[in-house]
Structure formats: C-alpha cells, structure tokens
Design a protein around this ligand. Structure first.
Ligand SMILES: *Cc1c(COP(=O)(O)O)cnc(C)c1O
Length: 363
C-alpha cells in the first residue's frame, strides 16, 4: 500500500485520474453498505464531522447527541462551535446510546433536526447499536436525520448505511481503512442530500464535489496519492472478504476479553451487546496509574497501548486490534500486556493468556 502511495502524482485533470477516481468511488460503496454517493475530502475525521453537519443543518438547529465517550464529546464541540443547539445526553462512558432514550427525547422535542451517534467509541471500546437506534427514531415517528460516526469501525465492523437507514455516515482513512491520515468521507442518503442545510459553506459543500465526481474529477486538487492507497486497501479488504474481516475482529475482541478477565481485570464496556470488535479498554485497579503501565510496556517491549482519553485518563489502557492484524500479532500483544502488568506489580493471573489462546485456537 505504501508502495502504491509512492507512485508519481498524475495530472488530476487528465483521463487516467478519472479512471482511478471512478474506480475508487465505486469500490468505496460496499464498505459503507450503500449504493448512494460517498463524498471524499482531503481531511481528517474532524473535517468529515463538520461536513456532515454543515451540509444538512442550519445555524441554531436542535441536535440530539449522546455522551458515550471522548469522540462523542468532541463531535458535540464541533456542533456547538458551528452554532448548533445540542441536547447532549450525559453518559457514563461504559454504555452505548440507549435506543429507548432516543425515542423518549424525540417524543419530547419535535424540533430536533438530527441525531448524532458514534458507532464505535474509540475511547471506551463500546459500540452503539445503530439498527436499534434507527428503529427508535421510527418508533417516535420523527423526521430527524441520523448521522453516524464510523471513523474507527468502517472496514472492520459490520456496517450498513442503506439497510440501517443512516443519513450521513462519517469516516476517514487512518483506522480500519488501513491508510495514513488525510481522507475524510461522508456517505450520503437521498434525504440528507435533500436537506441541503442553511449553513454558508464552500470547501465542505457536497454539491460541487458530487457534480465533479460524476465524471471522475474533483472541484479542487484531490489527494491523488492517498486515492492510490485507498484503491489498494479496498482491494486488500475484498481479497480477504468483508465478512471474514468482520469475523476476524469479533474473534480477536473475544480473545482479548478472555485474557483481560482471565487476568482478573475489568473490561470498561458493561453491556455484552456493545463490546467493540476493534479495541478493548481495560480498567486498572485503584492505586495503579494506567499511563505508567503503558510507559513501562512501551519501554520494555516497544509496544504502544492506547491511553485513557478525557475523563478516563490514568484509569484505563486500550488494547487495539483494529485493521490489519492476525492471530499471532494478537497473541504477541496480549503476552506483552501480561508481562507488562506483572512487571508493574499488578497481581494478574497468568491464566489470562491461556484463555485468549483457547479462543484463537477454537475458530
Ligand atoms: C479518531 C477518531 C475521530 C477523529 O478523527 P481525526 O482524524 O483525528 O479528526 C473521530 N471519531 C472517532 C470515533 C475516532 O476514533
């Protein structure tokens, strides 16, 4: 993939570019589970968050969002900075969005224009159940748009933009799509396109991009080399088969939880229906600093674990199993964590690693 990215940058107004762009734009759709358009920006995920909001909403609009973790909190901040009026439902960072709360909130407030949900909260290792949230909006017979952040789930976790009735799916390149940072995505429903949005916008405006995309071009200089990489990463996912990719992540998550529980530690996620297939956040016992353990593991084993973000700082570390990962990498990762915890002076049961290996052996 890096070799693909290093190829010479071609003229983005020439015919070869159009062939590449039309190819990649078509190949992206199945990953989102859509037959509709996917807008590609040269941006981070944060840019794609903003694009989803300014293309569908107007200043002062009421938005419903849920405090599932750090990324939900940051998306709320983007919305608030834009001048949207966000009803931010507090949460404990250990559960996904409660579908019953969605119905209740929407019934109370007919003026809500959009519901924002983070599919996979990277800060907590908790997923929200999008089909149930869709059903909850329908149950309230409410016309709110459903906007979903799939930054850390797309390409690793089963996701269906069309079937689940999502209006805008936000994602970017550097997580499950195996690429360096630099591409932001919005998959867009017809209803979202019609919504239009009253925000002044130019760079983020879907319309000129979609118009130019028809013929394989962009209204401004596209990130050509990342598109080379995207073509390659989509080919990699298709070669393995998306269903196999999803199953692999589920299995790795299960093995990781088996290790954590075997060690006698606690997984942050409290609902068995909501475990993230791509990462596991682990609570460290009182009296221990998760960041000191992380530093020790980095120093001793050159292995970088995820830090506790926001209110979880020092209290959790995160074991990532996102993207291009195999059984042996996971076994090595979990062994490194077990050794690090032991060296840090936690009394972990070494049966943890055995429990994880059993899960990996059994499938
Ligand atoms: C990483 C991440 C983002 C932020 O993406 P940036 O590319 O850093 O702007 C947003 N949402 C989730 C769930 C993420 O994991």
């Amino acid at each position: 993939m890096l070799r693909a990215i290093s190829a010479p940058t071609i003229d983005h107004r020439g015919p070869d570019f159009a062939t590449l762009a039309l190819d990649v734009l078509a190949a992206l759709k199945p990953v989102f589970g859509t037959t509709g358009p996917v807008v590609v920006y040269p941006s981070s995920g944060t840019g794609a968050w903003e694009a989803a909001l300014v293309n569908t909403l107007s200043p002062g609009d009421r938005v419903l969002a849920f405090e599932t973790g750090h990324f939900a909190t940051l998306w709320r901040e983007v919305a608030t900075n834009l001048g949207l009026d966000v009803d931010f439902v507090p949460g404990d960072w250990r559960h996904g969005v409660d579908p019953a709360a969605v119905t209740e909130k929407l019934r109370q407030d007919p003026s809500i224009k959009a519901v924002c949900v983070v599919h996979n909260e990277t800060s907590t290792g908790v997923t929200s159940r999008i089909p149930e949230i869709r059903a909850a909006i329908d149950e309230a017979e409410h016309s709110a748009l459903l906007l979903v952040d799939t930054v850390s789930s797309l390409g690793s976790v089963d996701y269906r933009h069309d079937e689940w009735g999502v209006d805008v799916t936000v994602s970017c390149s550097q997580k499950g799509l195996l690429l360096p940072p630099g591409l932001g995505f919005n998959a867009v429903s017809e209803k979202a396109l019609r919504a239009g949005g009253g925000f002044a916008k130019s760079y983020w405006d879907w319309r000129p991009i979609l118009a130019a995309n028809e013929r394989g071009y962009f209204p401004y200089t596209p990130p050509t080399n990342l598109l080379y990489g995207l073509k390659e990463s989509l080919a990699l996912l298709n070669e393995e088969g998306l269903d196999n990719v999803f199953a692999r992540h589920l299995r790795h998550a299960k093995a990781t939880r088996a290790a954590v529980r075997g060690w006698g530690l606690e997984v942050l996620c409290l609902d068995d229906r909501e475990h993230s297939p791509v990462l596991t956040a682990v609570l460290v016992p009182d009296g221990h600093d998760a960041d000191k353990i992380r530093a020790l593991i980095l120093d001793r084993f050159n292995m970088s674990l995820g830090t506790g973000l926001g209110r979880l700082a020092g209290r959790v570390f995160r074991i990532g199993h996102l993207g291009h990962f195999n059984d042996v990498s996971l076994a090595g990762t979990l062994s490194g964590v077990q050794m690090g915890l032991t060296i840090a002076g936690l009394s972990v049961d070494p049966a943890g690693i055995t429990a994880a290996l059993h899960v990996l052996e059994s499938a």
